[in-house]
Write a protein that binds this ligand. Structure first.
Ligand code: LMR
Length: 349
């Protein structure tokens, strides 16, 4: 009897081992660790698409936001970032967000002005003088009012981020006075106010997607463009332009947008954790953007065959006056002039 029991146990054991080997359950290599396997069924993924390089104010802030979201939610929410227009570009990212093909995008507010005309106010030339003024406007009640205008599009605005002040670059001759802009084909972001700004100095504005600016400058399809030092450096525009003039004539900043259905599907605890990550990133981001533009301007100063000029105060004043009709056109074209009046109370004249 004892022999029979031992024999049966041994047979069962042998059978189990041989089936285990056949099925690859024994001696199989463990799966490589993949953090997406952990809690796969409950993990929430946010796909975030943007158009600039990672070493820029927006690219760095997106990375920081992703880190903080993961930390605050204890790994439950992961943000996958697609920089450099590798997923969607300027032309199709807003539609992709509306259709829920991507959960988050971070366009410049200028690129949103065809949907939200009141945001043109932020494109007005020489409206802001300092980064602190930009911070106060974009992170205060005015910023909130502007974000509320996204409601009809079923998009939630989480906040605004800053890049910096725009300057001009050109290829054939330097821009010392606004008269030097006459006749140039200048790339702009798609914004009526930006187009009118260049029409006011008799240049031809050409709206082009950011991902095409380098090749269009290289092929001389355009002569000039406006941008921040960080975008000019990180995208290598200095390799295909010869001159840069520090005009500081406008600002470039971003709206951090999330698909509203997706947002509403999140538990309120997660929403709060994401908003906390957003607030911390925003505070860090505004300072970081200023530092990054300073450093990138220094790097631009070291480039061969690339000259940087500052516009003297007298010329700057003339340029500013030349652009005042843009304000009249803006006032005539938007429904809400209240926002401009509120900004004018914050910025120094
Ligand atoms: C541009 O198109 O010039 C910039 O808006 C790109 C960006 O997102 O900073």
């Amino acid at each position: 009897m004892k022999k029979f029991i031992i024999g049966t146990i041994a047979t069962v054991l042998l059978l189990t081992i041989s089936i285990g080997i056949q099925q690859g359950l024994l001696f199989a290599k463990p799966f490589p660790y993949d953090d997406e396997q952990k809690g796969l069924d409950t993990q929430i993924i946010i796909h975030l698409s943007h158009v600039v390089a990672e070493n820029t104010p927006k690219g760095q802030a997106a990375n920081k936001f992703a880190e903080l979201v993961e930390k605050n939610t204890n790994g439950k929410v992961k943000v996958h970032i697609y920089p450099n227009a590798s997923m969607y570009n300027d032309e199709n990212e807003f539609q992709a967000l509306q259709n829920g093909k991507v959960e988050m995008i971070i366009p410049t507010f200028s690129k949103m002005t065809s949907f939200v005309p009141n945001w043109q106010v932020l494109d007005l030339p020489y409206l802001f003088n300092t980064d602190d003024e930009v911070h106060e406007v974009l992170t205060g009640s005015i910023g909130e009012q502007l974000l509320n205008e996204l409601k009809p599009f079923h998009i939630k605005g989480l906040g605004f981020w800053h890049n910096g002040f725009k300057h001009l670059t050109s290829v054939d001759h330097p821009i010392h006075t606004f008269e030097d802009l006459k006749g140039l084909r200048i790339r702009t972001m798609p914004s009526k106010t930006l187009e009118k700004q260049f029409e006011a100095v008799e240049a031809t504005p050409i709206p082009i997607s950011f991902s095409e600016v380098f090749t269009d400058l290289e092929s001389h399809a355009i002569d000039a463009q406006e941008n921040t030092a960080s975008n000019i450096y990180s995208k290598g525009f200095y390799k295909v332009q010869k001159h840069m003039t520090l005009t500081k004539h406008g600002i470039l900043g971003y709206a951090v947008l999330i698909n509203e259905n997706f947002w509403n599907s999140l538990p309120s605890k997660i929403q709060k954790q994401i908003m906390a990550a957003m607030k911390e990133t925003t505070d860090w981001q505004f300072e970081q953007a200023v530092l990054m533009n300073e450093t990138d301007l220094q790097k631009l100063e070291q480039q061969d065959n690339f000259e940087i000029y500052s516009m003297n105060n007298e010329e700057r004043q003339r340029f500013k006056e030349k652009l005042t009709p843009v304000y009249d056109l803006y006032r005539a074209s938007v429904q809400n002039n209240q926002i401009l009046s509120e900004i004018e109370k914050i910025v120094s004249p």
